[in-house]
Design a protein around this ligand. Structure first.
Ligand SMILES: C[S@@+](CC[C@H](N)C(=O)[O-])C[C@H]1O[C@@H](n2cnc3c(N)ncnc32)[C@H](O)[C@@H]1O
Length: 406
């Protein structure tokens, strides 16, 4: 990947120097018309970063943004898209401007970036979201569908069974002529919605550099994932600390950054030299505490590329792929249960659910003797017992110790 150019100057002067139809994604995070100066100190308190968001009038702000949008439209490829980040201060004005420049028919989504906040210093509701307006240049825009996890309240049958409308127009589980439930196709998860729960950068986040209104890389990556493929070129005309440029670099996309502030350009260049991303939990359905699965269980399910199932006593998840047109259920052995009990619970929960094949993940070494129990022996043909990473390592280290002591 070539080095990322980060230009210093007014983007209204610099974008016109870029070739027409040369950009796959434009991400704009301009001043939001807050009529304030935004300032913040760097992590080590050595530098104060700031940018002006003060305007003589709303018209002046709109004229500036209109110019940037026209230029963005010119440089976008036919398959390209624009993402304009804003908040309630001016989102309604910007939406009309986008309709004017891109055409209302190319409006794709109003993405709500939702995050947790704990304090409110104004009368009224705590504001906990920002808006990203997503427009495409043409109807042939590139779009990659992403899938999120099922909500913890999703019933296991909703995941497994096909649904159709009954004679009263109500959604109901499909049944064949013999009255048996019909299996749905292999599930990849829930298609990503336009509400994105991505944590705000906390004061201790590794990637936080202390630039005012710095955006999380996880949020930038989501935009790149839906609207571009590897090798694409992204333009960020208000790049600030360079979050989008870093996200592009981490995901094999080329990018071009522009900022009117010299220290923002310097900071972006520094971040690009050593790109750092925080390990933040990005969950589709709210906060981590909402989930009953432990982080270890979630990691095991991720390793199997499985869809987690919450609120079920026997099944922890399903592989995203089917074998023999049948779902494959997984159970992770719990700390309080023997391997045999885990197998019984898995078999009990899957009997009526068309699962021909089952996976049981053994998480405890002390139960190795139970491999030959009746339940497991009987279901040997369709039950795969896999050791968790911890068990593999523990067994291996025990054997090594034995060998050394012999
Ligand atoms: C909201 S901040 C961008 C924050 C950035 N997305 C990040 O994650 O750090 C807006 C930036 O736009 C820059 N800016 C304002 N007017 C500009 C202009 N006309 N051309 C280029 N940059 C501009 C400001 O200096 C500021 O860094």
């Amino acid at each position: 990947m070539t080095a990322t150019p980060v230009y210093h100057g007014d983007c209204r002067k610099i974008i016109p120097t870029l070739k027409p139809e040369s950009i796959d994604v434009v991400y704009l995070d301009p001043p939001f018309f807050t009529q304030k100066q935004h300032s913040l100190k760097s992590r080590d308190n050595s530098t104060e970063y700031s940018f002006q968001d003060t305007w003589a009038s709303l018209d002046e702000y709109r004229d500036c943004m209109r110019e940037v949008l026209h230029e963005s439209h010119r440089v976008l490829k036919r398959e390209g898209s624009i993402f304009l980040h804003c908040d309630t201060t001016a989102s309604h004005h910007l939406r009309l401007l986008l309709d004017e420049v891109f055409g209302a028919e190319y409006f794709q989504s109003e993405i709500i970036w939702s995050y947790k906040r704990w304090s409110n210093n104004k009368k009224g509701l705590l504001s906990a979201h920002q808006t990203i307006l997503f427009y495409s240049k043409t109807a042939d825009f590139l779009f990659n569908t992403l899938y999120g996890e099922y909500s913890p309240t999703t019933n296991i049958d909703q995941i497994l069974q096909s649904r159709s409308r009954n004679e009263h127009g109500k959604a109901a589980y499909k049944r064949d002529v013999e009255g048996n439930v019909v299996l749905a196709d292999a599930k990849k998860g829930v298609p990503l919605s336009d509400v994105w729960h991505i944590p705000f950068l906390n004061p201790k986040a590794r990637e936080r550099v202390g630039y005012p209104t710095q955006k999380p890389i996880a949020l930038m990556e989501r935009i790149l994932a839906i609207a571009s493929n590897e090798g694409a070129t992204v333009l960020d005309p208000f790049c600030g600390s360079g979050s989008m440029l870093v996200a592009a670099q981490l995901n094999n996309r080329a990018s071009i950054g522009i900022d009117i502030a010299q220290e923002a350009v310097r900071l972006s260049e520094q971040r690009l030299e050593i790109p750092i991303k925080s390990r933040s939990a990005v969950l589709e359905d709210g906060t981590a505490s909402f989930f009953v699965k432990s982080p270890i269980e979630r990691r095991i399910l991720e390793a199997f590329d499985a869809v987690p199932v919450e609120r079920n006593n026997g099944i922890d998840g399903f592989l995203k792929m089917y074998i023999d047109e049948s779902p494959i259920a997984i159970r992770i052995q719990k700390p309080h249960e023997t391997l045999d009990e885990a197998a019984q619970r898995l078999l009990g929960a899957t009997q009526a659910r068309h699962c021909k094949y089952l996976i049981l993940v053994r998480t405890m070494t002390e139960n190795s003797a139970l491999f030959a129990t009746d339940t497991i022996a009987r279901s040997r043909d369709n039950l795969l017992i896999v050791d968790s990473f911890d068990v593999v390592v523990q067994n291996w280290t025990q054997q090594k110790t034995l060998q050394i002591n012999q």
